[in-house]
Design a protein around this ligand. Structure first.
Ligand code: KG4
Ligand code: ZN
Length: 340
């Protein structure tokens, strides 16, 4: 199986080629610089940029893999959730490619791709998790705790009641004048910061459920920012970022470990853009070790949006359902597709 993966759900245009489970090409064109001056992703600009980038990303991937398009045996493309215009570009490319080469095509779920990214063993550079496991998907649009019993067999355990963790970091960072996506800047600025300097709430941490809430934390952070009078710089900025990040990390780790223990699951998988965060990775590592829980977090470039996870999810599904004829040339984008 030589599978082509295409990801275009938001602001990363990515193509990957997986040959018998091994990643032989992985190209990503990030649109972050294009959206930065607007402080967030502009959907119209995103879809136009995907159209402009996709062919070049395809060509780079085939050059890296030293393969011809006719060598591809299967195609997997992100069908949702995401921005409808951006999804359409990748979907049309996938359909066209599959139709032209008369090969099977599958539309896959973006979040499911994130969830199973650590299974890309060598490329993901982490211990592959054994199922069942508890998955935490933590990104700009999602904060979900999911019980993964098997491929395609998921149970919702908890989710955010308001803002996603990445969204809260991005909004607080925007108020601090940091460039989009501010989560990355907060990661960098937190280094050497005093995590206790600003007291911030850990919403719902004491409640016996697995839902998250980040909008109260965001409001508290913005209120403290206003009280400072002017935007913090230097050490004060570092302290502010470190305090905000600590509150977010504490909430994510506390709830995840509690859910794993109550669900009798011995492995936690953390994935999605925010799982690239160094402090989150460190605290998860320490607290999981203390509780005897195994932890899988993929290498940072496989935590943010990428086509490798899409190719892999497609490969797992094609292998699982070999009798099914996947020729879905009429696939429609599903912008609000829920994983469970
Ligand atoms: O998974 P992703 O690339 O796209 C979505 O599907 O949302 O996640 C993007 C989110 C953004 O909110 C961004 O600020 C956050 O991930 N992010 C980070 C880091 N890298 C990306 N947050 C904290 N620390 C990072 N190193
Ligand atoms: Zn994502």
């Amino acid at each position: 199986m030589i599978i082509l993966g295409i990801e275009s759900s938001c602001d990363e245009c990515s193509v990957a080629i997986l040959r018998d489970g091994e990643l032989v090409a992985h190209e990503i064109a990030s649109q972050i610089p294009l959206h930065q001056k607007y402080g967030g992703v502009v959907p119209e600009i995103a879809s136009r940029a995907h159209i402009l980038d996709l062919i070049e990303v395809f060509e780079r991937a085939f050059a890296d893999a030293k393969l011809a398009p006719s060598d591809i045996t299967h195609v997997a493309v992100t069908q949702g959730p995401g921005l409808i215009g951006s999804l359409l570009v990748g979907l049309e490319a996938g359909k066209t490619f599959a139709y032209a080469h008369n090969i099977p095509l599958i539309g896959v779920h973006h979040t499911e791709g994130h969830l199973l990214a650590p299974l890309l063993e060598r490329a993901a550079n982490c211990d592959p998790p054994a199922m069942p496991f508890l998955g935490l998907v933590v990104s700009g649009g999602h904060t979900n705790l999911i019980r993964v019993n098997d491929i395609s067999q998921y149970e919702a355990i908890g989710e955010t009641l308001d803002d996603a963790a990445g969204e809260a970091l991005d909004k607080i960072g925007k108020a601090l004048g940091l460039p989009y996506p501010a989560g990355i800047a907060i990661d960098r600025l937190s280094e050497g910061g005093d995590r206790e300097r600003f007291k911030l709430p850990r919403p719902l941490n004491r409640r016996d459920n697995y839902d998250f809430s980040f909008s109260g934390l965001k409001t508290a952070a913005l209120t403290q920012l206003r009280k400072l009078g002017e935007l913090p710089t230097d050490q004060l900025l570092s302290d502010f970022c470190a305090s905000v990040l600590e509150a977010v990390v504490d909430s994510l780790v506390t709830k995840s470990i509690r859910a794993a223990v109550h669900q009798d699951l011995s492995t936690i998988v953390v994935t999605g853009g925010v799982s690239a965060n160094r402090r989150l990775r460190q605290v998860f590592q320490e607290r999981c070790q203390r509780r005897g829980i195994k932890l899988s977090i993929a290498a940072p470039h496989l935590c943010t949006d990428n086509a490798a996870m899409i190719a892999q999810l497609g490969a797992l599904k094609f292998a699982r359902y070999p009798q099914t004829h996947f020729t879905a040339y009429d696939l429609e984008p599903k912008p609000n597709w829920r994983i469970v």
